[in-house]
Design a protein around this ligand. Structure first.
Ligand SMILES: Nc1nc2c(c(=O)[nH]1)N[C@H]1C(S)=C(S)[C@@H](COP(=O)(O)O)O[C@H]1N2
Ligand SMILES: [Mo]
Length: 450
């Protein structure tokens, strides 16, 4: 049983400055402006395990990366002693972290997202309902399209493969709650760090081509997507999840009906025999074990639509404050995010190491990555990383660079990605909302030299 992961270290403190005071002792007024001196600095150095060359830039109220991630998510709670639970699942690599086992949810630590294309064995898992035991229909698997169409269709996977032109795109799939653990105060739900995302080669056909056969009526507004998985309660009258997208996004050519992942038949846990991949959106619209697409004449109102589900606040709300549902808007695009995939947080390097090669990835929902910058001095100075071109729209951009460390000591490598609209990752998670969507603070890794 996994019970400990609904909390984060930040829950220990009602505000970050008080957190600093508790952990590192009281800081002077000057420290609030960013300078950490005297006893505080000594304590901080001891806590992170070494001299801090750029300590004068260290922001008050921000947990050192070494402590934020080395501390089990539940902080001082008794369950912390157990530490994170490593996933043990057929076909999955050792090292994925279980965030929940009923339903099964597991994330990929940033350092395991170091491949150009995320191998299936390292790809995160997010289920909302019961995990199906596995389907044996193969190409006989069928699904239907009905509702606001001229010719309702039932198609088998075999017919899909035979009648439509297959495409392969490398695209990010990312859970809407990715980054949730960075919100303060914490919000309920799976406490993802940055690993509720992966980038695979998806093979299938454009949903647009199939919708053309069905013939969309002018009344078609939205899709309502359904999978074959059962609600957690086992109640057959309830859907595990039924979300949808506006028609314009359903007929975007990259929105695919997918039967292969990374060149292999789509496995059961990722939705095989057939799933949707609708890029740019929270992953929850990309239904696995696809059985039905109901074309609606209004915004779909299935399980996981409306209220605070997959919704962010229109006008900023007080973190932890009361929710006004009329101030909530369904998320239609994932925010910009950059991660460092090498070195791993907490890496210890030999004394005298001066040159450090960095690698990572950056992606966003729909606009594309414009630049990736890194800092080794707590954000005082930044330098651009080299970002590889995406293979196609909705691909991530792998980035690399090398930094020079002036001496031994404790460093934090920070990465900040910016999208083509000029939006960059914030220092801390902003836009607090009741269910914790869209947190994308800069990723930081702690590195100890010597
Ligand atoms: N049928 C069905 N499809 C689903 C889900 C689900 O619970 N049931 N979860 C969704 C969510 S919330 C995400 S983030 C992605 C995760 O896909 P993955 O498990 O292949 O990584 O699948 C989506 N598709
Ligand atoms: Mo998700």
């Amino acid at each position: 049983m996994v019970t400990q992961t609904e909390r984060s270290v930040h829950e220990l403190y009602d505000d970050a400055e008080r957190g600093d005071a508790v952990v590192f002792g009281r800081r002077t007024d000057a420290s609030r402006r960013g300078f950490l001196g005297g006893a505080g600095l000594t304590a901080m150095g001891a806590a992170v395990g070494g001299f801090i060359p750029f300590s004068q830039n260290m922001p008050a109220g921000m947990f050192p990366a070494a402590l934020a991630q080395a501390t089990p998510p539940s902080g001082a709670a008794p369950a912390a002693a157990k530490g994170p639970q490593i996933l043990d699942f057929p076909g999955k690599a050792k090292g994925l972290i279980v965030l929940g086992d009923r339903p099964l949810v597991a994330e990929t630590p940033e350092a395991m997202l170091d491949d150009d294309t995320t191998p299936t064995e390292k790809f995160y898992i997010r289920n909302n309902g019961q995990t199906p035991a596995g389907f044996t229909e193969g190409d006989a698997w069928s699904f239907k399209i009905d509702g606001e169409v001229n010719r309702p269709l039932t198609l088998t996977l075999g017919e899909l493969k035979a009648k439509y032109k297959p495409k392969t795109y490398r695209m990010v799939l990312e859970c809407g709650g990715n980054g949730r653990s960075f919100f303060q105060p914490p919000t309920r739900g799976n406490q993802w760090t940055n690993g509720g995302a992966g980038t695979a080669e998806w093979t299938g056909v454009s949903l647009a081509d199939v919708l053309k056969t069905a013939g969309l009526k002018s009344s078609a507004v939205y899709t309502g997507n359904y999978g074959a998985d059962q609600h957690l309660s086992g109640d057959a009258a309830k859907d595990a999840l039924s979300r949808g997208v506006p028609i314009a996004d359903a007929i975007e050519p990259h929105a695919l009906l997918v039967w292969a992942m990374n060149g292999q038949p789509l496995n059961n846990i990722h939705g095989g025999p057939l799933r949707l991949v609708i890029p740019g959106y929270p992953g929850s619209v990309s239904h696995k074990w696809l059985k039905r697409i109901w074309i609606r004449d209004k915004v779909h109102d299935g399980q996981g639509m409306g209220g605070t589900s997959y919704s962010t606040a229109i006008k900023p709300m007080i973190p932890g404050g009361k929710t006004d549902e009329s101030n909530m808007r369904t998320m239609t695009s994932m925010p910009v995010r950059g991660i460092i995939t090498n070195p791993a947080n907490g890496a210890k390097l030999p004394a005298g190491t001066r040159k450090l090669a960095l690698r990572g990835a950056a992606w966003d929902g729909h606009d594309g990555i414009a630049r990736v910058d890194v800092s080794i001095d707590f954000g005082a100075t930044w330098r651009p990383a080299k970002a590889a071109a995406p293979r196609n729209k909705y691909d991530w951009r792998r980035w690399t660079t090398e930094v020079v460390l002036p001496s031994d000591g404790y460093y934090e490598i920070w990465v900040r990605a910016s999208d083509t609209k000029g939006r960059a990752q914030p220092h801390v998670a902003g836009g607090w909302n009741p269910q914790g969507y869209g947190a994308n603070p800069m990723h930081r890794v702690a590195v100890l030299v010597g």
